[in-house]
Ligand binder design. Structure first.
Ligand code: HEC
Length: 91
């Protein structure tokens, strides 16, 4: 009785957790991948807090970062959007 009751619940929970993680991680993975591909040749994660001081998470800060990155190793608009989100989430 215990096994029959326990297994379907355990399986259902695992499926839910995996489903949720997959959905929310897909874009976070894209953001991390864009940062890795374009930035980590020269930078480390530890650079980000300093950038956030220069380019705060406001409309103005985001715009200035976007303009800066157009000429700084992120000319692709899609990559740039992912990278900016990645930097914003890092703090
Ligand atoms: C080829 C090497 C290289 C790559 C690739 C690179 N950077 Fe830089 N970046 C530098 C150097 C050098 C500086 C100036 C010195 C410093 O602040 O570390 C700099 C400075 C910065 C600054 C500070 C700007 C300022 O006004 O002081 C930011 C923000 C930044 N980079 C973000 C990025 C991001 C995001 C990426 C990925 C899209 C990236 N960088 C890719 C070399 C690079």
């Amino acid at each position: 009785m215990i096994r029959i009751f326990f297994l379907p619940i355990a399986t259902g929970m695992a499926a839910l957790t995996i489903g949720g993680a997959t959905i929310s991680q897909a874009s976070a993975d894209d953001e991390a991948a864009a940062f890795d591909e374009n930035c980590t040749t020269c930078h480390i994660e530890g650079d980000i807090p300093q950038w956030r001081e220069q380019f705060p998470n406001t409309d103005d800060g985001r715009e200035r970062l976007d303009t800066f990155l157009q000429d700084h190793h992120a000319s692709d608009a899609d990559d740039r959007a992912l990278i900016i989100t990645y930097i914003e989430k890092a703090l």
